[in-house]
Design a protein around this ligand. Structure first.
Ligand SMILES: Cc1cc2nc3c(=O)[nH]c(=O)nc-3n(C[C@H](O)[C@H](O)[C@H](O)COP(=O)(O)OP(=O)(O)OC[C@H]3O[C@@H](n4cnc5c(N)ncnc54)[C@H](O)[C@@H]3O)c2cc1C
Length: 465
């Protein structure tokens, strides 16, 4: 029998765990409800051939302070690891025949130096010279989509050859559908201020070299962050209910009622830290809010991990991995990570000639949950072979694992900024309600943590406890 609490947090991914931590730290009694039997959401560990790896999120950006701060607060600083600096590659060409390193100083494929040798190798000197000339033109009103911004400042050829494959790999949609402000909030402002897109990229990325230089991970995997957060919540007195799905959240005269199949829980504050699609259904009693939430899109992702024995991978031919251009036919994966080439702590756990790869799927929402497991593994093996130009039958599989996340990647589509503003307006009159999760908080752990803290702070400051 559950009794009244000051706040209910729905969803035990990072958003929900951070919101619960902040609310409990402010002195509220908190109940966290998670549908599955594990907290972590998109951060999940998986044991492959006896080794625990991250099958979901595996790293965090250090261009923002949020995750590093959390890691320190939770006493995990000693476990911080930096990826080995071999950069990742881009697979291009109709059949994936071209494999080139991703330019070192770039953000979402947009280079800060158009004449850098690694940029010239992909786009050629003619396209680079044209792009440089365009980027020197006076800056007018800048377009809202990333694709149009790149087209206007650097031209279509650069967009197609360099930016689109990387954006599609990271955000699972084409750059022409991505809203700039949703994925790089200061980019338009800095481009206008500095008079150049490449200069703006240099300022944001800090010209840190390979993208891997701006990320870190944790020895033992990002799952250790979730374990530490859950222990911290328990120490702060947060009650955690697992394997229980919240079906409905209804406003009442004194606050909210959160309903599951097993119980109803009255509270003054609710944070929904679940995909917008699920929040929309839970809030059907509030049609305006439910409708606005249903318009914020998120899509599914699948990661398949393969452990193989093969000395041909010992030299890490593609460094830490590769992003596959959507124009390549015959490869379904959008990205591949050579896990032990990227993370030394994993390579130290493996016997000689053993390798781990992660292949991610889910370009443009083309995924279904019910695919047959054998087909999924066969597809991944086929893609691994195609990416490294090896005969598939020659690869010796030791172990495999696969994980599917429904509605877990925010689609930063054009108009999403306006929709989020509309949602904020609606929330002004829904006292005690906070909204987080995929579809709202973006696709990076730093932004997700930032939003969860802001959400909890605003509930505490509204005095609704
Ligand atoms: C495969 C993958 C790899 C990624 N890699 C990286 C990376 O390397 N670096 C990075 O910065 N970001 C990465 N991201 C993004 C990042 O992991 C996510 O943005 C972040 O973890 C989202 O956290 P969240 O809590 O908002 O949502 P989620 O992690 O999706 O958590 C939502 C939780 O709510 C629960 N839930 C859903 N419905 C209900 C319900 N009705 N009742 C109760 N509980 C419910 C779910 O079970 C889940 O636990 C990755 C994402 C994915 C999917």
């Amino acid at each position: 029998m559950k009794t009244f609490v000051d706040a209910v947090v729905v969803g035990g991914g990072v958003s929900g765990l951070i919101a619960a931590r902040e609310l409990a730290s402010a002195g509220l009694s908190v109940e966290l409800i998670e549908a599955s039997d594990k907290c972590g959401g998109s951060i999940q560990g998986h044991t492959l051939g006896g080794i625990k790896i991250d099958i979901g999120a595996e790293a965090y950006s250090i261009l923002r302070p949020e995750v590093s701060q959390l890691v320190t607060e939770l006493g995990l600083s000693k476990n911080i690891v930096t990826p080995l600096t071999q950069g990742a590659h881009l697979i291009l060409g109709e059949h994936g025949e071209q494999t080139l390193p991703i330019p070192k100083n770039s953000l979402l494929g947009i280079p800060s130096d158009l004449m850098a040798p690694d940029v010239l190798r992909i786009i050629g000197r003619k396209v680079a010279t044209q792009a440089q000339a365009r980027d020197k033109l006076p800056v007018g009103k800048l377009p809202a989509t990333l694709g149009e911004l790149v087209q206007e400042r650097m031209g279509t050829d650069l967009l197609e050859r360099l930016v689109d494959p990387i954006v599609a790999g990271v955000h699972a949609i084409s750059a022409i559908r991505v809203e700039v402000d949703a994925v790089a909030p200061r980019l338009r402002e800095l481009t206008a201020k500095l008079g150049s897109l490449s200069a703006a990229i240099g300022t944001i990325s800090g010209n840190r070299g390979p993208s891997g230089n701006a990320i870190q991970g944790l020895r033992g995997g990002m799952g250790t962050l979730i374990e530490a957060l859950v222990s911290d919540l328990r120490a702060k007195g947060v009650s955690i209910t697992m394997s229980t799905s919240v079906d409905q959240v209804l406003a009442t005269p004194s606050g909210w009622t959160v309903s599951t199949k097993e119980f109803e829980l009255p509270t003054r504050n609710v944070v929904l830290a679940i995909p917008t699609w699920t929040s929309s259904r839970a809030l059907e009693g509030d049609p305006a809010l439910s409708n606005a939430l249903s318009l914020l899109q998120s899509s599914a992702v699948r990661v398949t991990a393969l452990m193989v024995d093969d000395e041909r991978f010992n030299s890490a031919p593609l460094g830490s991995g590769a992003l596959v251009s959507s124009q390549v036919s015959g490869i379904k994966a959008k990205a591949l990570t050579h896990v032990n080439a990227k993370w030394e702590w994993i390579s130290q756990l493996l016997p000689p000639n053993r390798h781990i790869f992660r292949l991610s799927y889910g370009r443009n929402g083309l995924l279904t949950r019910d695919q047959d497991k054998h087909t999924i593994i066969d597809d991944a093996l086929h893609d691994l072979a195609a990416i490294y130009h090896l005969p598939v039958a020659s690869i010796k599989l030791v172990d495999s694992a696969t994980c599917y996340w429904e509605n877990s990647m925010t689609q930063a589509l054009v108009g999403s900024r306006d929709l989020l503003d509309q949602l904020d307006k609606l929330l002004e009159t829904r006292r005690g309600l906070g909204l987080l999760g995929p579809g709202i908080s973006g696709n990076g752990l730093a932004g997700v943590i930032f939003n969860a803290k802001v959400c909890a702070k605003s509930l505490v400051e509204s005095g609704n406890a």
